[in-house]
Design a protein around this ligand. Structure first.
Ligand SMILES: [Zn+2]
Length: 195
């Protein structure tokens, strides 16, 4: 009987990975996972035809890897999802990169053709859909609002409050200044006669 050929997977294992200790640790981890597996949340997707629940393990958004669980949301909504290492991983990665480039080109073409109004709408969307955590976005929005309020406050002159007493005083001050100017002219004329 011919000796069984070692598989390519086993050939890449290190001595540590082949050791009994390593296998024991792995077995223990799998046993511990299976002990709690039934308590973990399940995917909430329902089959249209049979009406049965999916039942795969759910990701943080309540769906499994094939029902939208890998779709980034929350803080990571803007990040692309890269494929895992595995069969066809490189092909998937290249396809993903090509799709990202294609989308970027499509966006550029669309923007080049966009009207001023459409472009304004696009830019407004970009401003209100910034990546990052909600706390950070709220803080930035507050900063923008404060800056806008400060800008308008220094651009518009302060509103004068109407004060009848002040207005009366200003009128008499202006009259006194006119009188002083007239007297100075009169004095200069007198100097011309007597000087
Ligand atoms: Zn599912």
């Amino acid at each position: 009987m011919a000796k069984r050929k070692e598989t390519s997977c086993a050939a890449t294992l290190t001595a540590w990975q082949k050791s009994a200790r390593f296998r024991a640790i792995g077995s223990e981890a799998i046993r511990a996972f299976h002990a709690i597996r039934h308590t973990l949340p399940r995917c909430t997707a329902v089959a249209k035809v049979s009406g049965e629940r999916c039942g795969n393990l759910a990701r943080p958004n309540g769906k499994c890897w094939c029902h939208g669980g890998r779709t980034p949301s929350g803080d990571g909504w803007h990040r692309p999802v890269w494929p895992n290492d595995g069969p066809g991983g490189e092909r998937k990665l290249n396809r993903k990169l090509a799709a990202i480039q294609r989308n970027a080109k499509h966006r550029e073409r669309k923007l080049a053709k966009a009207t001023a109004e459409e472009r304004e709408k696009y830019e407004a969307w970009g401003k209100t859909h910034q990546p990052g955590s909600k706390v950070e976005r709220v803080r930035k929005r507050k900063e923008r609002q404060d800056a806008a309020a400060f800008k308008t406050s220094i651009e518009t002159p302060p509103k004068r409050t109407s004060n009848p007493e002040l207005e009366e005083l200003e009128t008499s001050l202006a009259a006194a200044r006119r009188r002083a100017a007239a007297l100075e002219i009169e004095l200069a004329g007198n100097k011309g006669i007597f000087g």
